[in-house]
Design a protein around this ligand. Structure first.
Ligand code: HEC
Ligand SMILES: [Cu+2]
Length: 379
């Protein structure tokens, strides 16, 4: 039972908010799922195997689907895509029924019968029929035309060349095997968890630092590739607060499956609101005398050449750690971000995420404890 694992902060107040949210919301009241999928399990540790459809995210108290789904859209582009999906499904289902029906009818009605054989009869042979050939040419052409028009219209509706008015701009950079998020207008850099306000459009500019990745959170928008040297754009607008999950959708190497996408759409106000999150992210990292030894170890080792901690180090190869503990997951979803998994990660990330681009620096126990104390203070 790891419910406490994603509790962060001195969190008395957060805890209260969360549990009151939880008892208030009937959808969030009795929760959760025995996890089958490791990445998604990390995104929300199990509480009780109760509902397969929706659970409460332990770190924010927000509702969250157990697995990513496109059938519960929470944003206009996703809703349009779902509607088109049902239209296509409906047309294809009708074709299936008609074709299979005709097949079954023919098999039964025109099956070989003993008395036909005895009489040496063959059914009447038909060589070419203009009406039939016309029908099976024209009808499919009309169907394909309808499908094409519907798809083109949808693409025209949801793809934009400029940001919607009032949109929050976020630059997404896919890395092997994690996500970087930069908020240019707010001066924020974070990793793996995109926090946005609900009911406000979000404009993503997608890049890649290495190979192709693909950003796909099915409840929010369609799939969009992150291509090196070729920025793409995507927009969505979460119509209700919630945690929306997705997964890198373009094979990008051995840890591709551990590139969880996690979007938290928060209300604007309140202690767990978007504005409070922004204020915290913009504040300098915690600087506490008791964790100075750990910070010194961090600076003395190669950690500082790969990681950015505002005002402390400027590495840019790995995730920004300035407010590490404000996140709920570690290593793009391989584990919930708690002290135990953090310690295991710093000791040897390869045990949690084999092949990932952070080496074990073989710290001794004292160094390890000091660094983990330091990192755990970065809220
Ligand atoms: C060669 C560069 C490199 C060095 C050196 C390095 N890291 Fe990392 N680190 C990374 C990369 C890359 C990731 C992302 C791995 C992934 O998720 O696939 C990462 C991830 C992390 C994370 C998880 C961040 C998150 O949000 O999931 C922590 C914590 C971390 N490193 C701490 C450290 C510490 C402490 C040290 C020094 C002991 C260190 N790193 C040394 C490259 C490095
Ligand atoms: Cu990938």
């Amino acid at each position: 039972m790891r419910r406490g694992s994603a509790v962060r902060g001195d969190a008395g107040s957060k805890r209260e908010v969360r549990f009151s949210l939880r008892s208030a919301g009937s959808r969030c009241g009795s929760l959760a799922l025995a996890w089958a999928i490791p990445g998604f399990a990390a995104a929300a540790p199990p509480i009780a195997p109760d509902s397969l459809s929706e659970i409460c995210d332990p770190s924010t108290g927000l509702p969250m689907p157990a697995i990513p789904t496109m059938f519960d859209p929470a944003s206009p582009p996703a809703a349009d895509i779902e509607a088109l999906t049902w239209l296509l499904f409906g047309i294809c289902a009708a074709i299936f029924v008609v074709v299979q029906g005709a097949l079954v009818h023919a098999i039964i009605k025109y099956r070989a019968r003993r008395r036909d054989e005895a009489a040496g009869d063959e059914p009447r042979q038909v060589y070419g029929s203009n009406p039939v050939e016309l029908a099976w040419t024209v009808i499919p052409v009309v169907i394909v035309f309808v499908l094409t028009l519907a798809s083109v219209r949808l693409i025209r509706d949801i793809e934009r060349t400029s940001p919607p008015e009032g949109a929050l701009k976020v630059v997404v950079i896919g890395h092997q095997w994690w996500w970087e998020y930069r908020y240019p207008d707010l001066g924020i850099v974070t990793a793996n968890e995109l926090v946005v306000p609900a009911e406000r459009p979000v404009w993503l500019e997608l890049h890649s630092a290495d190979v192709n990745h693909s950003w796909w959170v099915p409840q929010l928008a369609g799939k969009m590739d992150c291509i090196p040297g070729h920025p793409n754009t995507l927009w969505f607008e979460a119509d209700r607060p919630g945690v929306y999950l997705g997964q890198c959708a373009e094979y990008c190497g051995n840890q591709h499956a551990n590139m969880l996408l996690r979007v938290e759409a928060r209300a604007v106000d309140g202690p767990l609101g978007f504005d409070a999150w922004v204020a915290n992210q913009q504040s300098p990292p915690v600087d506490d005398d008791s964790t100075t030894p750990g910070r010194d170890v961090f600076l003395a080792l190669a950690c500082q050449s790969c990681h950015d901690i505002a005002g402390v180090s400027e590495g840019a190869f790995g995730p920004n750690l300035t407010h590490l503990m404000s996140r709920a997951t570690l290593g793009a979803g391989v584990a919930p971000l708690d002290r135990d998994s953090l310690r295991q990660w710093v000791d040897d990330p390869q045990t949690l995420k084999p092949g990932c681009n952070m080496p074990s620096l073989k710290l001794d126990t004292n160094q390890l404890d000091a660094v983990v104390d330091y990192l755990a203070s970065l809220r």
